[in-house]
Design a protein around this ligand. Structure first.
Ligand code: HEM
Length: 417
């Protein structure tokens, strides 16, 4: 086994994002894991979690040995009853799309998505993103206080990705509920009856997406759903099941991550009130501040991979078929890459070299969109809410599953006009 096996087995049992308290500060645990066993087995989840930056770079650059094909498989397997129910509709956990695919297919599918998300195309969305942000701030500016998670960080990205995909605004709360079903089945740990209810949600979600796809086949529009319907890879269209899977992933990846990123970045900025005030004088800093928030908090904490062969890595010997959990959040605090990694510092020299958007061939295709949303949200808040500050006595509480981590609430105050 691993040369770190003694430390590793004790450490491995300590990795439990479901344990109360873990979510408050997982970073101290990650730091210990990086030092003692950067590739460490978790008996609870039957996977190896990887915390060292150099190991994560090696893995993400080598999809032939570290496959993403099983990336959307629930970490805690579904019970047979739930599996049987899932078979009655679209199996969004097994159908292959972009995130759960390997080259060469991944490369071809990715080329299609990249076209929709080039920085130039995304820059064209800036007026829309600004309008949505202004509309949200208009709705709260007179109040002198708000929960910025519920009132900005959540509605902004969900409306933007909803508009891009052509989802009516009135349907967004339902889409959010189905997204929760998906995420809790994928990375959560709930009782079997609750999981069955969530599978029913997934079936309804699939039917909703199918109806949208059929409608776009009859009457195409200028939206991402139509783009997926019309896309061809090697002359072939995606099947309905593939488009459903891609819609589910695009929608969740397009909002939940950015909600968590916006809430946590704003929190860290408001904790350093002089930094928040200083942002006003240098427009270039808004993006750097958002980017540092993504590094520091890592809204996407982990992503899986599976070995396709026996591998020696970080002092551990892994068998073929070993499940890995790449802890990007741990790599983002690796002192061999970042100076004073536990400091939130918006003036880092290399803000773009972090792991918050992943690394290698699966690097986040939506990063240009997330960056524009983050920059504009911070710009608008800084300009329109004078003296924005954290609510007195605010104690952060985090929602965390095996993949995502974000603030439950962010109560703030400002001097209302
Ligand atoms: C701050 C916000 C975001 C964060 C922190 C984030 C993080 C990530 C990470 C870590 C990965 C790598 C997955 C892996 O290694 O397997 C990824 C991939 C991906 N992200 Fe994001 N993301 C964000 C926003 C977005 C947005 C806005 C979209 C879409 C509109 C999006 C769509 C995707 C997709 C489709 C992939 C899969 C890419 C591939 O497999 O080639 N993300 N993201």
């Amino acid at each position: 086994m691993s040369s770190h096996s003694a430390a590793g087995s004790e450490l491995g049992r300590g990795f439990n994002p479901f344990e109360p308290g873990f979510a408050t500060d997982p970073f101290a645990f990650y730091a210990r894991a990086r030092r003692e066993a950067p590739v460490c087995y978790s008996p609870l989840f039957d996977f190896w979690f990887v915390t060292g930056a150099s190991e994560i770079v090696e893995i993400t650059r080598d999809p032939a040995r570290f496959s993403s094909v099983h990336n959307m498989t629930p970490v805690i397997p579904l019970a047979p009853e739930a599996e049987a129910l899932l078979e009655q509709g679209f199996d969004v956990f097994r159908t292959q799309g972009l995130i759960n695919n390997d080259p060469p297919t991944h490369t071809r599918v990715r080329a299609l998505f990249s076209q929709a998300f080039t920085p130039r195309r995304i820059a064209l969305l800036e007026p829309m993103v600004r309008a949505v942000t202004d509309e949200l701030v208009d709705g709260l500016v007179k109040d002198g206080g708000a929960d910025m998670v519920a009132q900005l960080a959540y509605p902004l990205p969900i409306r933007v990705i909803g508009d891009m995909m052509g989802i009516p605004r009135a349907d967004l709360p339902q889409m959010k509920a189905w997204t929760d079903d998906f995420m809790f089945l994928l990375g959560g740990n709930e009782p079997p009856e609750r999981r069955l209810e969530r599978v029913r949600g997934i079936l309804a979600y699939g039917r909703y997406c199918q109806a949208m796809i059929e409608e776009r086949r009859r009457s195409p529009r200028d939206d991402l759903t139509t783009a997926m319907v019309e896309a061809r890879v090697d002359g072939e269209s995606f099947t309905t099941a593939e488009i459903v899977q891609q819609m589910v992933i695009l929608f969740v990846a397009g909002h939940e991550t950015t909600t968590n990123a916006l809430g946590t970045a704003l929190f860290s900025l408001l904790q350093q009130s002089e930094v928040w005030r200083g942002l006003g004088g240098d427009p270039g800093l808004f993006l750097a501040a958002f980017e540092e928030g993504v590094r520091f908090h890592s809204p996407v904490q982990c992503e899986p991979r599976t070995t396709t062969t026996k591998v020696e890595l970080g002092g551990a010997s892994l068998p073929e078929g070993a499940k890995l959990h790449l802890v990007y959040a741990a790599a983002n605090r690796d002192e061999t890459v970042f100076e004073s990694p536990d400091k939130f510092n918006i003036r880092r020299e290399n803000p773009n070299r972090h792991f918050g958007f992943g690394y290698g061939v699966h690097f986040c295709v939506g990063a240009p969109l997330a960056r524009i949303e983050g920059r504009i949200a911070l710009e608008v808040l800084r300009a329109r809410l004078p003296n924005l500050r954290l609510a007195p006595d605010f104690e952060p509480e985090y929602d965390m599953n095996l993949f995502f981590r974000g603030l439950k609430r962010l109560p703030v105050r400002w001097d209302a006009p």
